[in-house]
Design a protein around this ligand. Sequence first.
Ligand code: FES
Length: 168
Amino acid sequence: MSEKKHRVSRRQFLNYTLTGVGGFMAAGMLMPMVRFALDPVLRPATEQDLVPVADVADITTEPQRIDFKIDQVDAWYKSEEPKSAWVYKEGDSIIALSPVCKHLGCVVNWNSDPANENMFFCPCHYGLYEKDGTNVPGTPPLAPLDVYQHEVKDGKLYLGKAKPKGGA
Ligand code: FES
């Protein structure tokens, strides 16, 4: 009698152990998925991630450089990546251009070359762009400045990713 009791309890013990191990493994697989779904910090930035950068009321018809940061998640490493945009108003629209020169990636300035007023100027190889970002033929850049996706919400300007002008 006592032997039988002993055997049953051993089988029960094995059952509990296997169930426990299985449950532990299932939890181990599910937890990262649940965390990934719930924690926005762990989600990679998507096309829709727009960050507030300025009050619309402060934006003028003269391009102003706005510096901001976006969250960058790289595998296990989270960092803040600095970004800049040249932003101005044109009638009812807001234009936000990337300052990264399309020649070799230097940073362009607005109205900094006395010989070419009211243009974006790249000091590295004398690249020039019109106010709307169009590259001036005969200067090194072969494409217009990239344009930031943007949105206005509650009086604030939100910027997303910079994309080639006219690109999808
Ligand atoms: S990097 Fe701007 S002109 Fe060359």
